[in-house]
Write a protein that binds this ligand. Structure first.
Ligand code: PLP
Length: 434
């Protein structure tokens, strides 16, 4: 592991297993020792309701390795000061550690410039920023915003709010019965009236990995810009915003082994430079007077007030941790877990997995004959097994399938085959109640 700051060394199970290349932050070719990596997560060693915890809710929030928790703790104990405006050493150290996260995120996303990385409070905040600042300043009556049926509410409601304000119209691309986006439908709904296409890279409700490169090309041909909701892609696969050629990309720290209350908006430099501020206050100005105020350049134009410094430093440590394993290795590991879980769940009598998309991330929504999803969740919890139940903040896609709720098992690289076996055993136990 490389030094994070102030002598805090992040050494992961992955480092020990693979011999991480500290120059690039990516692991070398050997397969990481995931059993050892699992030990980095203290919570996975605890018991819940008298049984060892099986955590299958990483799509809602991933767990945090000790290295990240310790980095945040170290900041609070020894390095805390406000950033950017201090002349004293402590403030400069805090600023360096804080701004180092911008460099790490730039590298993590393959962005061309560090000024394209905006610190926000999460995916929701990032999308609101784009909707209100970009959408609010460019949309005119009759312009169209194209969404899809599988969006999280975070990528629906901000657009509804801005459409109401500007007179723009929202169109929605259909999803087929397998959980794939209907590209023909999407094509018919794209026109030169489409100004913004906003869609989920990986669906939190279905696990569908959307063919975003194709969609971005289609949108470009009509002159529309594209926002990707990356909340479920950033944690699970390598992402390169320049290769994707998306205009905006949003993700949350708490889904990539980092803390809550923090996230990222990537935006193309020329778009960000033309966008008005979203919130006003300190840090985002160039000069303030009562006659008129001028604004900072991006990224600071969009970062009013004292930021969550510890959370930013925590995200930096989380990215360093993930890169020490390697995003390719993480994707491979999760694919193995998904294949095993799909096979074993499909063999459970009376259980139906929802959707069968062409490409799926490690998210498995399912229903069971005669048993409501919330009962599945409650009875699994009694056995120490954490899954999510409900509509997963994606009501429209549940309406599409005529479901009010599903149970959802979602996996991360720190899960194991034993977790899958415990889930299957747990579901058999659930059935004995009905
Ligand atoms: N988009 C998707 C696809 C998500 O899964 C989530 C989180 O569940 C969000 C957006 C919202 O993320 P946050 O609540 O961290 O802002």
């Amino acid at each position: 592991g490389a030094d994070v700051d102030a002598g805090t060394n992040v050494v992961t199970g992955a480092d020990m297993a693979t011999g991480t290349n500290t120059a690039t932050g990516e692991s070398t070719t050997h397969s990481p020792d995931f059993a050892k990596i699992r030990l980095d997560f203290p919570v996975l060693a605890r018991e819940v309701n008298g049984r060892p915890l099986v955590y299958l809710d990483s799509a809602a929030s991933s767990q945090m390795p000790a290295q990240v928790a310790e980095r945040i703790d170290h900041y609070h104990r020894y390095e805390h000061a406000n950033v950017h405006r201090g002349i004293h050493t402590l403030s400069q150290e805090a600023t360096d550690a804080f701004e180092q996260t911008r460099d790490r995120v730039q590298h993590f996303l393959g962005a061309a410039n560090r000024s394209e990385i905006i610190f926000t409070s999460g995916t929701t905040d990032s999308i609101n920023l784009v909707a209100h600042s970009y959408g609010g300043s460019t949309l005119r009556p009759g312009d169209e915003i194209l969404l899809t049926q599988m969006e999280h509410h975070a990528n629906i409601v901000p657009w509804q709010m801005i459409a109401e304000r500007t007179g723009a119209k929202i169109l929605v691309a259909d999803v087929d019965e397998h959980g794939n986006l209907d590209l023909d439908d999407l094509r018919t709904k794209l026109s030169n009236r489409t100004k913004i296409v906003a869609l989920v890279h990986v669906s939190n409700a279905l696990g569908t990995v959307n063919p975003v490169q194709t969609i971005i090309r289609m949108a470009r041909e009509q002159g529309a810009i594209v926002l990707l909701d990356g909340a479920q892609s950033a944690p699970h696969q390598p992402v390169n915003v320049q290769e994707l050629d998306c205009d905006f990309y949003a993700f949350s720290a708490h889904k990539v082994c980092g803390p809550t209350g923090f996230g990222i908006l990537y935006g193309k430099k020329e778009l960000l430079e033309a966008m008005p501020p979203y919130r006003g206050g300190g840090e985002m100005i160039s000069r303030v007077s009562f006659e008129g105020t001028t604004y900072e350049e991006p990224p600071f134009r969009f970062e009013a007030g004292t930021p969550p410094i510890a959370a930013a430093i925590g995200l930096g440590a989380a990215i360093e941790y993930l890169q020490s394993i390697g995003m390719e290795q993480i994707a491979l590991r999760e694919r193995e877990l998904l294949e095993e879980a799909t096979k074993k769940l499909a063999a459970v009598d009376g259980l139906r997995i929802i959707g069968n998309p062409a490409e799926r991330s490690a998210v498995l929504p399912f229903v069971m004959d005669g048993i409501h999803a919330s009962d599945i969740g409650t009875l699994l919890d009694k056995q120490g097994i954490a899954v999510r139940t409900g509509h997963h903040c994606a009501q429209p896609i549940h309406d599409r399938y005529g479901l009010d709720a599903t149970a959802r098992a979602s996996f991360a690289f720190y899960n194991s085959s034993e977790d899958i076996d415990r889930l299957v055993e747990g579901l058999e136990f659930v059935k004995t109640f009905f």
